[in-house]
Design a protein. Sequence first.
Length: 266
Amino acid sequence: MSDDLPGAGREPASAEAAPAPGEQPSAADEAGRANPSRHAPAPVRISRRPWIAAGVFALAAVALVAIVIVYDRAREPFEFESDLMTALAANRAPWLTAPALVLDRVGSGLLSGLIVPALIIAALLIWRRPWAAGFFLVALLASSGLTRLVKVLVGRVRPEDILVHPDFGSFPSGHSSNAAVIAMALGLIFMRTWVWILGAVYTVLMMLSRMYLGAHWLSDTIAGLLIGAGAALIVWTPFAYRLYRENRLEHPPIWRKVEPERTPAA
């Protein structure tokens, strides 16, 4: 599965081609050199199969672990997870508990389910990224729906020493899947190293905080990570072309007037 996506590859003929000897450059050539971002780049073949495969592999791994938990572990934790939870509970300290509780609030309730997504979508729309806003919304809904479905199907017991009041079902971690899908979606939208780094740090801290608070076992948080990232990757594939095109455009806020491109007279 591949598409003609604009970008790297063949050189854009209209913007890069030099005039023939003795020929004066046209107004379109001058405009293209003055503002190359206003011209669509040449198409290039880009395969989406690796990203679909990665997303499917992530979700398949979650399904496999879920089967093991239900049919082999009788919905109980693995032995190493019990030992890890005991060690974390024995080393709790106020200076660690406070930020963990903050992350618990950030990743739960109306804040994570409505307010934060609404703010992100609103910001994308304000800065003229409608396709990014649509992709973010669909990825978030897909991840949330899959997380809820797996929670109900698996029905895994939570740790006993819990410092918060979570909802039903330990596997997978909803906080972790929410953090992962936000991080992955924003990374795919902006394609900037600092976005990937911040997203990874936020997701890992959320995963650690869920175990520290006694709300989830280790495999719960890893499954949440895989569901969030996998859902974002799969949803990204039909949006990839539009997101790439949109990323090449200018993104002033909607209150700033954008002058339409002038078409030179023939």
